[in-house]
Design a protein around this ligand. Sequence first.
Ligand SMILES: *Cc1c(COP(=O)(O)O)cnc(C)c1O
Length: 356
Amino acid sequence: MKIHNYSAGPCILPKEVFDKSAQAILNFNNSGLSILEISHRSKDFVAVMDEARDLALELLDLKGKGYQALFISGGASMEFLMAPYNLMKIDGKAAYLDSGTWANNAIKEAKNFGETVVVASSKEENYNYIPKEYTIPADADYFHCTSNNTIFGTQMKSFPNTNIPVVCDMSSDIFSRVLDFSKFDLIYAGAQKNMGPAGTTLVVVKEEILNKTGRTIPSILDYEKHIKAESMYNTPAVFPIYASLLTMQWLKNLGGIAAIEKINNAKATLLYTEIDRNPLFKGTAKIEDRSNMNATFVLNNESHTETFDKMWKQAGISGLTGHRSVGGYRASMYNALPLESVQVLVDVMEELENKI
Ligand SMILES: *Cc1c(COP(=O)(O)O)cnc(C)c1O
């Protein structure tokens, strides 16, 4: 039976990515060797790394604009500290928007480096909206935000205009919608939400913002060192990077971010329309801030939980259980999830209504 994978991460990837990466494990580029056993310095893998870096910038329309793309290990969580290490001056200051658990984790790390101003927070409402009225201190070294709050199902629809560098954690909506990415100075995204398997993080950085802190940065945490080493400062996560490249190639062949955005909008509209129409369900995020990637919703009457859970599992749906801090359900509709999978969920929700 076909499984409709709604997992929040690691997540569904295109079938052709699974097929091609499985093949590369057995015999990479007809070399007779597995991608798992070749040197990261081999010609074949250097070509993978170069193309992956180049394609990331191409998809984001950042080529020739002073940006570098890197693949770094340690997850998005390590970027929570790499960002302040590389951007917060000694005795400097950083500004953060607190829109969810991940934003909060980033704030905790920044506090270890210096004054960290939280410009606004939606914590008191269990992060069910994106704060919008706030002032960013003009003397901060950078402003940090989270474009999509994976756990709470909210997504920033616009970004503040500011003259200071803008840092954005795009882990769960990278490559999902068209934005003017040149408004950001540092973008990072753990691969396992919308780009590839766990184990690598895409970092896109505008070079001119680096080397301004006066800090001594440990080499492995220094973006400049990773740039100089062409993202091979140490052994990179060869397989996750290769699978990420395959996903980016799939996206390019589909027509790039503009094409997938249309499909993502169609999926989100289909599901949110049903959540709002069906009297048994209600969405947990404020409507104007709803995420097109992670839709969070609950049953109005919890006594239907057992029946509903049985029904969606029978329909081949997997990974729909909500994060413990919100409860209910979370449908993660990342790029590779087909529209048909959303239709299956909507059909189950209607079926439940008819049954009760
Ligand atoms: C999952 C997630 C993270 C953490 O990613 P790791 O790679 O596990 O460190 C950070 N930010 C956001 C928005 C996420 O969804």
